[in-house]
Ligand binder design. Sequence first.
Ligand SMILES: O=C(O)c1cc(=O)[nH]c(=O)n1[C@@H]1O[C@H](COP(=O)(O)O)[C@@H](O)[C@H]1O
Length: 286
Amino acid sequence: MTPPGPGGRFGARLAEAVALHGPVCVGIDPHASLLAAWGLDDDVAGLERFSRTVVEALAGRVAALKPQAAFFERHGSRGVAVLETVIAEARAAGTLTIVDAKRGDIGSTMQAYADAFCGDSPLAGDAVTVSPYLGFGSLRPVLDTAAATGRGVFVLALTSNPEGAQVQHATGGDGRSVARAVAEAAAAENAGATPLGDVGLVVGATTGTAAREAGIDLAAVNGPLLAPGVGAQGATAGDLRDVFGDALPAVLAASSRDVLRAGPDVVALREAAERTAAQCRAALGS
Ligand SMILES: O=C(O)c1cc(=O)[nH]c(=O)n1[C@@H]1O[C@H](COP(=O)(O)O)[C@@H](O)[C@H]1O
């Protein structure tokens, strides 16, 4: 049975949210060091206070929130329960969530991940990040479940970390790099969708001209382009132009620590998110 989705197609809902709030997604990454900086203990109560403060500060004010599952999982099942609360509270406030879980496995297991993150489960947000390194085809269950429930999928293509290049720029027998093959497979999923398809890519804001050099036509992907790395990893809003070229209208810049450092004061968190959104809007000309 197809579980009920969150309402409407993801690509369209994201485009609407970006038009309203700007092209920025704020990551909820409750690092132990951030909990300490906020005067909270590194335990489930601290995690919950931190995460709910971010939702209270930013829900209804940013295009999307991106909880990083690892920071919840490191607290065990009670941490995962906090992640479920974050997803539910953001949804109640009408704010999209991208659950950053970066899952990837053989197809039969991928269906279980699809059920968890795109099905009738409290861990299902509006979109999920996935890893294509068991083969793009292994993602089929999550692509199909997401499509059936109105959710989105962000597939790693050119990640923001320097080590990613070793795998992502490797060339296959057909002469295409791994990243280019991933981008073209995503484009095939999004063919004909307007204004944006539901299968996005992750392309780090730190990757400079790598996409162009690899012959990747990011505009042809016709899906949202999640660009982490703005702020703490050294990328600026201005770098987005170089990275994305004529694909800029599809970009959703992501920043976590750079915004979260402004907390725990909710007004300061809002100002930090607004500042990032204004810089990205200016850089993207949107
Ligand atoms: O999928 C992601 O969001 C992601 C992909 C990537 O290539 N690089 C990357 O940093 N991320 C995530 O984006 C967040 C970056 O956090 P900050 O560096 O604090 O802004 C982390 O949760 C990362 O796991």
